[in-house]
Design a protein around this ligand. Sequence first.
Ligand SMILES: *[C@@H]1O[C@H](CO)[C@@H](O)[C@H](O)[C@H]1NC(C)=O
Ligand SMILES: *[C@@H]1O[C@H](CO)[C@@H](O)[C@H](O)[C@H]1NC(C)=O
Ligand SMILES: *[C@@H]1O[C@H](CO)[C@@H](O)[C@H](O)[C@H]1NC(C)=O
Length: 569
Amino acid sequence: MKRLRRNSEDPSKPSDPGIPSLYSRDLDRKCGNSSMRLMGVFVVCLMVISVVFSVSVVLRDPPSDGWAFAEARVLEVNPKTVTGLEDGSSPSVEQPKDKLLGDLLIDGFDERSCLSRYQSALYRKELLHKPSSYLISRLRSYETLHKRCGPYTESYNKTLEQLKSGQHTGPSDCNYVVWISFSGLGNRILTLASAFLYALLTNRVLLVDPGVDMPDLFCEPFPEVSWLLSPDFPLINQFDSFNQKSPHCYGNMLKNNNFANSTGSLPPHFVYLHMAHDYNDHDKLFFCDQDQNFLQKVPWLIMKTDNYFIPSLFLIPSFEQELSNLFPNKETVFHFLGRYLFHPTNPVWGLITRYHQAYLAKADERIGIQIRVFDTGVGPFQHVLDQILACTMKENLLPEINMQEPIVSQLGNQRSKAVLMTSLSSGYFEKVRNMYWEHSTVTGEVIGVYQPSHEEYQQTQKQMHNRKAWAEMYLLSLTDVLVTSSWSTFGYVAQGLGGLKPWIMYKPENQTAPDPPCRRAMSMEPCFHAPPFYDCKAKRGVDTGELVPHVRHCEDMSWGLKLVDRQEW
Ligand SMILES: *[C@@H]1O[C@H](CO)[C@@H](O)[C@H](O)[C@H]1NC(C)=O
Ligand SMILES: *[C@@H]1O[C@H](CO)[C@@H](O)[C@H](O)[C@H]1NC(C)=O
Ligand SMILES: *[C@@H]1O[C@H](CO)[C@@H](O)[C@H](O)[C@H]1NC(C)=O
């Protein structure tokens, strides 16, 4: 391996001293040492601490669910918790500072049934942007709508009856978007966020096909009423067979001119929207205002997609104003929707927090490297390894190594970096780890390299596989610096949840490492891989990546679209 020149200006941050002692210091401050002997005060202290650290259940009432116990203990020594308290300008200890993520979330959920919901803030940096007050108010009104229209409510039962009987009894009280569980986990997270935003924009209720494992991976995001479609939903067994040829497929209906005589007649009870990557020009008319006008009258929209289609919603004129009110910062769309919707269930949260505590929490800096190789054949490939090293060293994300005789490093407070690698293969991780084991770094930094799992091939539906995949995306989102692979929805989810602008490694062509190996992303937004290129008004093709400043072509896919904020690119 070639020795690469390093010219980092990266100032070494001193590590946080005294982390272990802060817990007791805080306890002393809040309660006073001597009063600790008084039982009554002690209980009050525990209650105060409990709110801060969420350990009350451990101390007073060990839950039957072992997960809760494990996670709560992790939090006692979590550095972020302590930092949060130290930095917290507010002297009040009623709540961890940003447990509700700037009011993106509401209080009042049962904490134990979904620990991640209110604990996630403890593992993350402060939000860079605050959600707009308009977004917050729309989320609150959505929650009210969902409570009124969600599964097994009176309104739901009524529209379900109409759907079953085929009878029209006037306009329906509640309208729905049903999201079909489809494709790999990264795609599903992106499409669910897309479907939710579409529901917000059209005053519909989002219902989720549980598929094989949705309830195993994600907590309920809305209060009181489930987002999961009820098992008695009449069309639920047809979801797999819905395709572009289905009679109720919107594109197919347009193609066959089934609406030719619909003037004055009643709209269908439901329409299937085929929005997968192979959708055709008729299906793509979904992104036209005229078609949205029609779809507005259909109570049930059933959607199958594997794409993050939000960028094209920004090109629909009737949604423009609302979207701009919801998201003054365009590149925070998935960031906020993702943080609002996707809370890992307790088993997944256990995977995340235990791993974080064991390997990542103590490092001065965390670097995520997400590797997805689309080449056929079994890796690891030398050109991919070359690309990873070229990118991380050129961009000063990782230090170079000393190729001279081994230098025995001094004992002391060396700055440490934890590298979290995710890949289906373990080969890259082993090479990078061995490199930093066999050689010292020119900066004296200590580099730990970790990879949670290597499943060798992508399995789309297996339970533990997807739990781990979700945990890995989330762990990547907790890093300080992120390097991702082109085209990977796994990386998009991590960068969006983490609020990170990653370095994207270009897709290797012809088995060679590209030069330059990577570039910084324009925004943290995911890329829409299969956008329409159609001007609905002019009824002809158009480059939709050139229409407005905030919808551009992606760094990693020349025909894809993504949201960006500034136009300096
Ligand atoms: C809706 O229907 C379900 C089952 O058919 C029933 O259990 C539930 O009570 C109904 N809800 C209301 C509000 O009537
Ligand atoms: C539309 O209605 C007219 C007159 O009722 C009929 O002749 C025609 O066949 C219908 N077209 C379709 C596509 O159903
Ligand atoms: C790919 O590599 C082969 C052999 O190295 C070379 O002959 C070919 O021209 C390359 N193709 C492209 C598109 O670069």
